[in-house]
Design a protein around this ligand. Sequence first.
Ligand code: NAD
Length: 520
Amino acid sequence: MASAALTDFRNEPYTDFSQPANRRAMEDALRQVRSQFGHEYQIRIGGEFFATGDKLESVNPSHPAEIVGVHHRATPALARSAVEAAWNYFQEWSRVPAGARTAMAFEAARILRRRKLEFDAWLVYEAGKSWAEAEADVCEAIDFCEYYAREMTRRAGPQPVVQLPGERGKLFYIPLGVGVVIPPWNFPLAILAGMTVAALVAGNTVVLKPSSETPTIGAKFAEVIVEAGFPQRAFTLLAGSGAAVGDTLVAHPLTRFISFTGSREVGLHINELAAKTQPGQIWIKRVVAEMGGKDAIVVDSDADLDLAVDGVLASAFGYQGQKCSACSRAIVDAKVYDAVLEKLAAKVRNITVGPADDPANYMGPVISHGARKSIQAYIEAGKKEGRLISGDRPVPGDGYFLPPTIFADVDARARIFQEEIFGPVLAVAKARDFEHALELANDSEYGLTGAVFSRDAEHLRQAAERFHVGNLYFNRKCTGAMVGAHPFGGFNMSGTDSKAGGPDYMLLFLQAKAVAEKIL
Ligand code: NAD
C-alpha cells in the first residue's frame, strides 16, 4: 500500500473500444448490468439498511420504460439520524492514521479499475452516456481516488513553519467533521466519487445524497467504498430528492461542511441556508459549491478553422451538451464568420443520435423528460433569438433524444446567449474583432471554462490575462479536464473558486492546527 503512494500520479488510460476484444467485453458488461435492472436498493446509515417503502425509480433515458434501479427515498427524520450517526463516529474515524485512510482510497481505485466496464455500463444505462463518455467518467473517478490519496499523503504529518528561538513549532492538518456531499447526475460516478473520497480520506465522515436521476450509480459506488475498507459508519448513502432531504442535511447543526456540485440555483440556496446559524451550532459551516457554466469558445480570424469547428462541436455536443464545461456559445471573428458557419452546418450532420448503448451513436438521450422539455423551451426561444442552422430533424425512438441544435446570429442579450441550457444547443455570435470577442466571452455571470482558437501569440496572451474563467484552453476543446493536469472549477456564479483534481483541493476538507511548545 505504502509504495503505491510513492509513485507519481498518472491518469488512468482509456479502454480502446476500437479493439474487438474490448468491444466484446463491453457488450458482455452491458448484458450483465442489464440483467440487474429493477433491483431494489435501501438507504445505508452507519452500516444499517433502511427501507421506507417510498420508492424512487431511475430509468434508462434511452428507453424510459426500462427501470434501472428502485431506491427507497430517505425521509427528513432519516436524514437527521444520518448526520447524528456520522457525528457519533467522527471522533473515532478522525483518529485513524492518514496512512490507513489513503490505503483505502488506493484500494477504491483498484476496485473501480477491476469493475471499470461494469461501471461504464451502469453509466450508459442510467445516465445515457455513450461508451466513450462513460469510460472517461469512470477513469476520472479512478483518477480522483489516486490523486486525493497522494494529496492527503502530502498533507499528513507536520507542515513546515518558521521556528522561533526557544520554541518548537508545528502545524498539522485535522479533519473538519461531518460532511454532506451532494453531487449532480451528469458525472454520476466521477464527481460523486471525487467529492466523497476527498472528504473521507481527509478523516471526515460523510453523508452522501446522490442525484435522484442516477441513484443506482451511487449505490454501486457505496459497495466500492465498503469493499475498499472504509468503515460503514464513516459513510452514509441517502437516496431521495434534494428538495425533500437537502434542507434537513444542510441545516443540521452537526453538519460541519457541505460539498455541493450542481446548478447555480441550488448552490446559492445551500450557501444561504448553511450561513444561517442553527440553535446548538458551534461553527461556521464551510460550503464548497461548484456550479453552472455558460462556456464560450472564441474563434479568431487566423484560427485553423477545421480544428476550431471540431473543437466547438465536440465541446457543444459531447454528452448531449450536459457538461458544466460544455461550449454553448461560439464567438467568431467577423472575417471568418461565414466560413465557420458553413463548416459547422456541414460537420454537424455527421453527428449520430440514438440509444447510448449502441456505440454507433455519438450522442445519446438527455437525462429526463423534464430536461428535454426545458431544453425544447430554449430551442423555441432560440428560434426568435437567432437563425436555426441545425436541429430541425426529429430523432426517432422512445428515448429523450434531441438533435444537435445550432443558432447563428445570436445577440449577446439573448436568453440562449446568457442562460445555462444544459443540453445540445449552441449559440453562435459574430464579433467585430478579437477585442470584441473577448468582451462577448466575458459577458456572462458565469466563469467556468472557455477556449480560444488562434495562431496569434499576442491574442492568446491577452486571453490568458482577460478571459475570466477558471479553466481556459487554447486551440483545443473546452471540455475534458484531466485530473492533476487541469484542476477544475470556475469563477463568479460558477462556484466558490475551488479546483477539483488540483493541489489545493484537499485543504477544503481540512483545517490547520498550530502547536507551539516552549523549550524548557
Ligand atoms: P441540481 O442543482 O439540480 O442538483 C444537484 C444536486 O443537488 C442533486 O443531488 C440534487 O438532488 C440536489 N438538490 C436539489 N435541491 C436541493 C436542496 N434544496 N438542497 C440540497 N440539495 C439539493 O443540478 P443537476 O441538474 O444535478 O446538475 C446540473 C448542474 O450541475 C448544471 O448547472 C451544471 O453546470 C452543474 N455542474 C457543475 C460542475 C462544476 O464542476 N462546476 C460539474 C458538473 C455539473
